[in-house]
Design a protein around this ligand. Structure first.
Ligand SMILES: Nc1ncnc2c1ncn2[C@@H]1O[C@H](COP(=O)(O)OP(=O)(O)O)[C@@H](O)[C@H]1O
Ligand SMILES: CC(=O)N[C@@H](CCC(=O)OP(=O)(O)O)C(=O)O
Length: 264
């Protein structure tokens, strides 16, 4: 089977024009087939505050009321997605920007209200819900999909879905067709032993070590859902998952010693 690289970039890279441009330059040179997923939570929060929409996050997930859904649609599907695509086009990478509603790529259901009402937040039923064949059609035509963190409910509403989860679900869905290597890129060199020391990268984490790192409080905040998504992808057939620095994407793809390898 051919290898497919699925790469996710998060808010801190997207928020820095210099880091983003440098990442996209590297991404554009990576071998095809490849697929990019972007977040943009930080930009949505900043623009929202200017518009009087205060961010409300619970366990790393944004409570998405009707006004916030309009905001994230403008920011993720518009500003971020289309700028990334335009930049990639300038770098000779033929990208197409997509939300989960486009070509029915990622249908989802509105998260049921339990203790917390997350509003217009979408849960993807599973990788089988993803329209993998259409993504494959793009890939086989030499087109690189760039996916925004929005899904849809099939009844006319977009839904906000965490970008790390989208990356994990898409990777799992594509694992039937390709050997998938999923790479979570962010602004640090990998999962760190000491948050203050950028050189304390943990080379590899398995599920037992992950439990220990959580118990000791070494892995916290946004790293917990990222690692949960990484293990979910491995459990469901994704070949390899690496968490690493967006600035080291070429080394990670080349299989060099960079970032943190996640293994079962
Ligand atoms: N052990 C750790 N190593 C690296 N980052 C960690 C660790 N524990 C918690 N984090 C936090 O996780 C964050 C990454 O998650 P998140 O903010 O969701 O990133 P992104 O927006 O790129 O998905 C880092 O910026 C860091 O603050
Ligand atoms: C439901 C939910 O929380 N959605 C996320 C989607 C964006 C995201 O995940 O962005 P990063 O990867 O940059 O954090 C949010 O609105 O913040």
């Amino acid at each position: 089977m051919q290898t497919l690289h699925i790469i996710k970039i998060g808010g801190n890279i997207l928020d820095s024009p210099l880091k983003l441009e440098s990442f996209l330059q590297d991404f554009a040179t990576l071998p095809e087939p490849k697929l990019l997923i972007h977040g943009g939570g930080k930009i949505a929060s900043t623009i929202g505050q200017k518009l009087g929409i205060e961010p409300n996050m619970v366990e790393g997930r944004r409570i998405t009321d009707a006004e916030t859904l309009k905001l994230v649609t403008m920011v993720y599907a518009g500003l971020v997605n289309k700028n990334v695509v335009a930049q990639l086009q300038s770098m000779n990478c033929n990208a197409i920007g997509l939300t989960g509603a486009d070509a029915n790529i990622i249908p989802a259901t509105k998260r049921p209200v339990k203790q917390i009402d997350y509003g217009f937040v979408g849960d993807v039923a599973g990788p089988e819900a993803v329209n993998a064949p259409i993504l494959d059609t793009f890939l086989k035509s030499g087109i690189t999909p760039v996916c925004a963190p929005l899904t849809h409910d099939g009844q006319g509403s977009l839904l906000n879905t965490n970008a790390d989860t989208i990356a994990s679900v898409l990777a799992t869905a594509m694992a039937h067709l390709y050997q998938v290597k999923l790479i979570y890129c962010f602004e640090k060199k990998g999962v760190l032993q000491d948050a203050e020391d950028d050189d304390s990268v943990i080379p590899a984490i398995d599920s037992a070590y992950y439990r220990e790192l959580k118990e000791k409080g070494i892995v916290t905040l946004g790293m917990i859902p990222k690692l949960d998504n990484a293990f979910a992808a491995l459990d469901l057939g994704v070949q390899a998952v690496v968490i690493g620095d967006a600035a080291e994407i070429k080394a990670i793809v080349a299989g060099e010693d960079a970032g943190t390898l996640i293994k079962l």
